[in-house]
Design a protein around this ligand. Structure first.
Ligand code: DP6
Length: 327
């Protein structure tokens, strides 16, 4: 009763930012994302009668309590589905910092769901995994799939899941992640989206823009229209942060390096180099570009003060089970 899964984070070009049902994790709007390849999260889960409590390690150390507070209800959900009551041992390995706006929960919960369901003996298809994963962390329902995925908001738990819009080999595109901060956020994503939804006067305006943008993004992906995709992705990210900074209390996720990179992207574009930025609830930033511009953009980022790590991502695979366990 042991299984291991690897999943990759996904970065949304139309964002999930607010729930209309906090119990079932139903989102306010459909969202569209790209699963990336170079960032990963590997999770091993074992259910056994040898364990008398649930316990886990994250990158070799003890997990933060708030992580376990999210993981345990999810494990219970899976145990209930499988009709087992065994305790579990878990281990998590990532190649990027967690809880800093790099979509760690999307990869983490997708891998946890696939590993725990397999360890519990559940044989599920992608849609079923997506539904279960969503209830652990919303955005993870998109990391079940490789390439481009859309999370259909749905009306109740059974019709709120992600579908694949295009496979990872559909479009050779790059998402260059610049890590500029590994410091924990003061307000996490879950708290931030609730505050923005309840207090930002711009929240409704953002939802209107999302409805306008969804069909345009689907078309841009289908037609491989880089300009159209980049413009909307960047604007979407700005809309999210517009609601964040106009929340009460204000949520400012950026640091000076984030803004410096945004300005560099704008300067590069006015000099004729097509690249666009996006970010989630953190200081770290992703630059979207075509393969021919990857080298130049990476070089520019390397020259910038405060850039701690650079990850060059291509479209990545969906969650998969692997044989090499972490323990
Ligand atoms: C800003 O999936 O982390 O990254 O469902 O509360 O666990 P919970 O939130 P989470 O939110 C991610 C939001 C986002 C945008 C996105 O990925 O769509």
């Amino acid at each position: 009763m042991k299984a291991t899964a690897i999943a990759h984070p996904n970065v949304a070009v139309v964002k999930y930012w607010g729930k209309r049902d906090n119990v079932n994790f139903l989102p306010m709007n459909n969202s569209i994302s790209l699963t990336v390849d170079s960032l990963y999260c590997k999770v091993t889960v074992e259910f056994s009668e040898n364990y008398d409590k649930d316990f886990a390690t994250v990158n070799g150390g003890a997990p933060e309590q708030k992580v376990m507070e999210r993981v345990l209800p999810h494990l219970n959900r899976i145990r209930k589905l499988a009709g087992i009551d065994l305790c579990a041992r878990g281990a998590v390995e990532t190649n990027f910092p967690i809880g800093v706006g790099l979509a760690s929960s999307s990869a983490g919960f997708a891998a946890l769901t696939a590993a725990a369901c397999a360890a519990a003996g559940l044989k599920l298809n992608a849609k079923e995994l997506s539904i279960i994963s969503r209830q652990g962390s919303g955005s993870s329902c998109r990391s079940i799939y490789g390439g481009w995925a859309e999370w259909l908001a749905g009306t109740h738990s059974e019709d709120s899941y992600a579908v694949q819009l295009a496979r990872e080999n559909h479009w050779d595109i790059r998402l260059i992640t610049a890590v500029v901060s590994k410091a924990a956020r003061k307000v996490d994503t879950r708290g931030g989206m609730e505050i923005a939804k309840n207090t930002s006067p711009l929240y409704e305006a953002r939802l209107k823009a999302v409805e306008r943008d969804l069909p345009l993004v689907r078309k841009a992906i289908k037609d491989k229209d880089f300009d159209a995709l980049g413009k909307i992705a960047e604007h979407e990210a700005m809309l999210l942060h517009a609601t964040a900074i106009t929340s009460t209390p204000p949520l400012v996720y950026w640091v000076p390096e984030t803004v410096r990179i945004m300005q560099e992207v704008l300067a590069l574009r006015s000099g004729g180099l097509e690249t666009y930025f996006t970010f989630d609830t953190g200081a770290n930033i992703h630059l979207i570009c075509l393969p021919e511009n990857e080298k130049e953009i990476t070089l520019r980022l390397k020259e910038m003060p405060g850039v701690l790590q650079i990850h060059i991502n291509k479209p990545g695979e969906g969650v998969k089970l692997v044989k090499e366990h972490l323990f």
